[in-house]
Design a protein around this ligand. Structure first.
Ligand code: FNR
Length: 376
């Protein structure tokens, strides 16, 4: 169990009414180490926080007097039908957030009609996660220095037929400086660590999580470059999505290399700190190379915490959005928690659409529903 008997009581799931509540519950109940790993980003965590804050600086432009009694939040993405344009961003070591880990997320995604992007450094074997997945999943790839390993992994996860797209993560060619993690390690050494929540777990080694960053840095191929899209194409016919685009020029590169999609992402602020908030990059692409939206699926993640954030991203051109940390915090409540999160989000998206006069999000979302003047 990741919840601590001696720590503050965990709120009832029924009392969790928005995504931030999941974060607060996690902060109270996770070990310091798990909290630092999940909540932390790189250096000063500036990009992590800006991802979220920037959505608050975009205003909605509600259209009124429309019949919004029936609305459709669903969408299609790489041949998958989704109840809303949301997927679970790939996050490694989900078991650090709760024992059900990726398996709980996979089951909940299937119930909620969304999709989970399974990460390379998952804390459950990939075939176990896929077995819990009803009929659709994405797979996130960190390219291994030993390419044969990556080829094997891709073949292994795609043989199930459940994986509908490969997301290749490109924003962490080296491991960034994770100071929150370092501080916990330093505190552990001196024995000055513990919040009430983590006291009980002191001494218990979280094997799945420890050394994760190191493990990543050891196997990720830092020679990766655009030519490798051709290599990837030679091993799989699935849609290839480049995850970690942070400037419009690279969106154009992905288009030139005939990728099927991009994720505008800064790894939730865990890659280059002070890299721009994702939504600004989305706007930059709108401005400099709108043709990108016609030739590829443009996805984004980072800081999305409200249904209205989802609506804003779609209005600015995204086809769907990924959500990372909240789906980890929700695993603290197991599958049920993840389902609860999805239903909160579904309701928030629906109401945001209704309040804005949008009845079909996939078809009608457009920049006319947002005012970005604060960001110009
Ligand atoms: C991540 N992210 C990530 N990305 C990836 O491509 N492979 C991975 O293994 C991981 N692992 C990971 C672990 C944890 C704990 C976090 C918080 C994030 C990044 C993730 O896919 C996504 O880009 C961000 O989480 C999105 O930002 P938000 O929603 O967390 O603000």
């Amino acid at each position: 169990e990741t919840s601590r008997a001696a720590g503050p009581a965990k709120p009832d799931l029924d009392d969790i009414i928005n995504l931030d509540d999941f974060e607060k519950a996690a902060e109270q109940t996770l070990s310091k180490k798990a909290w630092a790993y999940i909540h932390g980003a790189s250096n000063d965590n500036i990009t992590r926080d800006a991802n979220q804050h920037m959505y608050k600086r975009i205003w909605l432009r509600p259209a009124v007097m429309r019949d919004i009694s029936v609305v459709d939040t669903s969408c299609e993405l790489f041949g998958c039908r989704l109840s809303m344009p949301v997927y679970i961003s790939p996050t490694g070591a989900v078991r650090m957030a709760g024992p059900e880990g990726e398996v709980g997320q996979a089951k909940a995604a299937a119930t909620a009609g969304i999709i989970q992007c399974m990460s390379t450094p998952a804390s459950y074997p990939h075939d176990e996660i896929l077995a819990a997945t009803k009929d659709q999943a994405f797979f996130q790839l960190y390219v291994n220095k030993n390419r044969a390993e990556s080829e094997k992994l891709i073949r292994q996860v795609t043989s199930s037929g459940l994986v509908k797209a490969i997301f290749v993560t490109v924003d962490c060619p080296v491991i960034s400086k994770r100071e929150d993690d370092e501080r916990v390690k330093a505190d552990e050494k001196t024995g000055t660590t513990l919040t009430p929540a983590s006291r009980v777990s002191a001494g218990k080694k979280d094997k799945k999580g420890s050394g994760l960053t190191r493990q990543n840095s050891n196997f990720i191929d830092s020679t990766l470059n655009w030519n490798d899209i051709a290599w990837l194409r030679s091993i799989t016919n699935l849609p290839i999505v480049v995850k970690g685009i942070q400037r419009w020029e690279d969106a154009v590169m992905a288009m030139k290399w005939k990728c099927d999609g991009i994720v505008i992402s800064n790894h939730g602020g865990r890659a280059a700190d002070t890299s721009p908030p994702s939504i600004l990059v989305l706007m930059e692409i709108q401005k400099h190379c709108p043709q990108v939206f016609r030739s590829m699926k443009v996805l984004t993640d980072g800081g999305i915490r409200r249904g209205s954030d989802v609506v804003k991203a779609l209005c600015l051109g995204a086809s769907a959005v990924g959500i990372g940390r909240p789906f980890m915090y929700a695993v603290g409540y197991g599958q049920e928690g993840v389902e609860h999160l999805a239903s909160i989000l579904q309701e928030e998206i629906k109401v945001a659409m209704q309040l804005c006069g949008i009845t079909n999000l996939a078809r009608e979302a457009s920049p006319s529903y947002v005012n970005t003047a604060d960001l110009d």
